[in-house]
Each structure stands twice: as C-alpha cells, then as structure tokens.
Design a protein. Structure first.
Length: 311
C-alpha cells in the first residue's frame, strides 16, 4: 500500500534525490554497442523525487504526484530494479515496498526516473543496513542507467562515456531556473534516433575543450556567461520530433533569460534567469503565453540522493 510521506511507519526510510539540467550536452556518433558517446555538464536542481522504502512481503511500488499515471509500476520500473540490485549485491533475502512522490517531470529530460533509482539505492541500503559503500552504490547506479550515478552525486559534474563516468566540477554561487514542462513527454531513444537522422554522418566525437567557457562561468559564479555557454546537441532532434518546443524557447528569450535550452532529450525547456525574482517573471511569461502544461522554478546546484527521514 502507498506510504503517506508525512506519516512514516517506525521502520521506513525516506530519501530525496534531485532532477538535473544538462548545462552542456555534446553527442558523438552511435557506437557499435548502440550507445552514443557524450560529454556533458550536469547541474542538480531543487526539483525532487522522494522515495519511501518500507519492509514488505513482496516487492511493490506505488506513485503519487504530477504525471503519476505515466510511471510504470511493474518490474520494469527503475526504482524497483535498483531495490533488487541492492538486495542481490548485499545478499538480502527481504522484499520492499517503494512509494515514489514525483516532483521531477516524467519523460522530461530531467532524469526523474534516474533520481527514483538513486533514491531507491540509498533507501534500501539504509532500510536493510546493507552497509554498501558509496563506490558500491555508484557501480550499481551505472548498471541501471547513464544518469543514475549523477543523481547519487548531485551538485555539478562532468559526465563522459555514456554520461556515467563522473568528475565533480567546481561551481560557485547559486543559479536560478524556470522550466516549461510538457506533459506529453519525449522518448530518449526516439530523440537519439532523430539525432542520427539529422547528424549521423556529420557527428563527431565530443570534445570537452568546447566547454571551457562554461566551466569558467561556473567557477566564477557568472550567470550571464553561463547562459551564453548553454548547449545541447540533442535540441534540434527534440524540436524535429516536437516542433512546438520553439515556442517556449522564444518566450524565454523574449522574457530576458540569460540562456535557454532544451533540457537533455526534452521536452522540458530550461531558462536561466538573473535572480530568483527574474525566474518567477520568466515562469509567468511561460504561463501567460500558454506554451507549457506546467511551469516550475528551481535553483542549483543542490546535493544528490540523501536520507531525509528514517533509519
């Protein structure tokens, strides 16, 4: 049964994990293993997934929050797969019920499912007193999905390989965001297929030297310079599949955003603002123009998955 997040049983663990924005996402040609090599700069933002893990006779999952109906609750769910991975690694012969409270857009290019998986790893490790190290959890995370390790780490990091090989990045200050969210979602696989159709013959291996200005902007805490350096190689592919994304991109630019980019594989549009107040103004422009199903604001960077209540 679902576990109310404000009234936990005695033996339960609640973990919070953030969504992310790709400040830069550079994509190379599809490799023989089917994956595209990427070079990306992640920033964790203050939109959260919360996962509550409670002991159960059998594995189960329930979901609440925005777009809950779009989240699979069967064995394919990434959070359930994470729970089973912890049990297998630690030799645990127990089951767990997971309740997910959604705060990150579903299929929105902000790694909501990956945040669920990261939170489930931490929650089950704590619930079962499994004693897994952070390196153990990161290894399990990488086996679950390319964005899951960053959901564990949080803050700001450079991702290589499939995005799962992480190097923490120095970032100073706080950055303010407004997000135009579309409930229709986009399939990550479909966006990469569209990228291949558009750029397959011309795509080149990613070069992180191209992001030197962006890294300098982060170290300086210079929001204007960061806005100018935002980049996403998948943006044209996302727009090819969803031409309506040009509208929130234009609205954010007209509202004076320092930079605007499709987040990850989309369709969420992320606008970097000058301040918290300006983020609210950009969000109001999204709402007034009717270019989003929902509008959110957040700050970054924030910490990765962590226990907020329980064992």
């Amino acid at each position: 049964m679902p576990t109310p997040l404000d009234d936990l049983p005695e033996r339960a663990v609640r973990v919070r994990a953030p969504g992310k924005v790709n400040l830069s996402l550079r994509v190379g040609p599809r490799a023989a293993d089917g994956y595209h090599p990427v070079s990306t700069v992640f920033q964790a933002v203050s939109l959260y997934e919360e996962v509550v893990a409670t002991p159960a006779d059998e594995y189960g999952l329930s979901v609440s929050g925005a777009q809950a109906e779009a989240v699979p609750t069967d064995a394919s769910n990434l959070a359930l797969r994470a729970a089973r991975a912890v049990a297998e690694r630690a030799g645990i012969d127990e089951a767990v019920h997971l309740h997910l409270a959604k705060g990150v857009p579903v299929a929105g290019g902000m790694a909501g499912g990956s945040a669920d998986a990261a939170a489930a790893l931490v929650a089950c490790d704590a619930l079962w007193n499994a004693g897994l190290s952070r390196d153990d959890l990161l290894e399990l995370a990488a086996g679950l999905g390319s964005d899951v390790p960053f959901s564990l780490l949080g803050h700001t990091a450079v991702g290589q390989g499939r995005g799962h090989l992480l190097t923490p990045a120095l970032s100073r200050g706080e950055f303010h965001w407004a997000f135009a969210v579309q409930d229709r979602g986009l399939s990550t696989a479909a966006v990469y297929d569209a990228f291949d159709d558009l750029h397959g013959e011309t795509a080149v291996p990613p070069d992180d030297e191209q992001d030197v200005p962006l890294m300098q902007a982060l170290r300086a805490g210079d929001a204007a310079a960061l806005g100018a350096a935002l980049h996403n190689d998948l943006e044209s592919a996302a727009i090819e599949l969803d031409p309506g994304l040009t509208e929130p991109l234009a609205v954010a630019t007209d509202a004076g955003a320092l930079g605007v980019v499709v987040s990850g594989s989309g369709p969420t549009v992320a606008a970097l603002a000058r301040s918290r107040q300006h983020a609210l103004a950009v969000a109001a422009a999204f709402t007034a123009s009717g270019v989003a199903d929902r509008v959110l604001t957040a700050t970054g960077p924030v910490a990765g998955a962590r226990v907020v209540q329980g064992e």
